[in-house]
Design a protein around this ligand. Structure first.
Ligand code: NI
Length: 205
């Protein structure tokens, strides 16, 4: 009962089982990284978004209610980000231009994940380099932690050894589209093209 054929079969079964476990594990990790829509059925709970109180790039206190009636196009990033944030923000800016007049019903927002360095003044200079309608939002570390939690945004300070910056911030790169009441509509990956983004925003207006 332990000839080469049986051993070969056994090895095959073990390999298949290991691959199945790996595939399941990869699926679980992947699924957990994708924001879930509130319309996914099942629980029916809103899982993305929520009320916030932050400080805009003019130093004014603002809440989600200040943007009511417009779609919010929200990116979480920070002004010292070397590449991912500028790409995502550039995409948002071009998509806003593509929307033309319809874009007035959309409010693009950058919420910083580096509130200690991204003061209103720093945010103002940064967002205005991308688009005249882009509003930068910052706040206390607690306010930022709360809104990031509501939007399921991951961010983590990472020490930089050989840089005058001292630290960088790892963060997730989704761009969220919320409806006029602040409820989740859809999200974009940061590498979505401006054309795709504009089309999908149009379909939600
Ligand atoms: Ni970034």
């Amino acid at each position: 009962m332990s000839g080469p054929a049986q051993r070969g079969l056994l090895r095959g079964l073990v390999i298949t089982a290991v691959l199945a476990v790996l595939a399941l594990g990869a699926y679980v990790v992947f699924a957990s990284l994708i924001p879930r829509s509130s319309q996914d059925g099942g629980s029916g709970q809103v899982t993305i978004g929520g009320p916030f109180e932050l400080v805009d790039h003019e130093g004014r206190t603002v809440t989600d209610r200040d943007f009511a009636g417009r779609l919010m196009l929200i990116y979480f990033g920070f002004t010292n980000c070397p590449d991912i944030c500028p790409t995502g923000l550039q995409t948002m800016a071009i998509a806003m231009d593509e929307l033309g007049a319809a874009g007035e019903k959309v409010q693009p927002l950058l919420i910083t994940v580096d509130p200690e360095r991204d003061t209103p003044a720093v945010m103002k200079e940064y967002v205005q380099a991308f688009h005249e309608r882009l509003v930068g939002l910052t706040g206390t570390p607690e306010q930022i932690a709360k809104v990031a939690r509501e939007y399921r945004v991951y961010y983590q300070k990472v020490a930089l050894k050989d840089s005058s910056l001292g630290y960088s911030v790892d963060h997730s790169g989704f761009i969220y589209l919320m409806d006029g009441e602040g409820k989740y509509l859809t999200h974009f990956r940061h590498d979505t093209t401006p054309e795709q983004m504009a089309e999908r925003i149009k379909s939600k207006l």
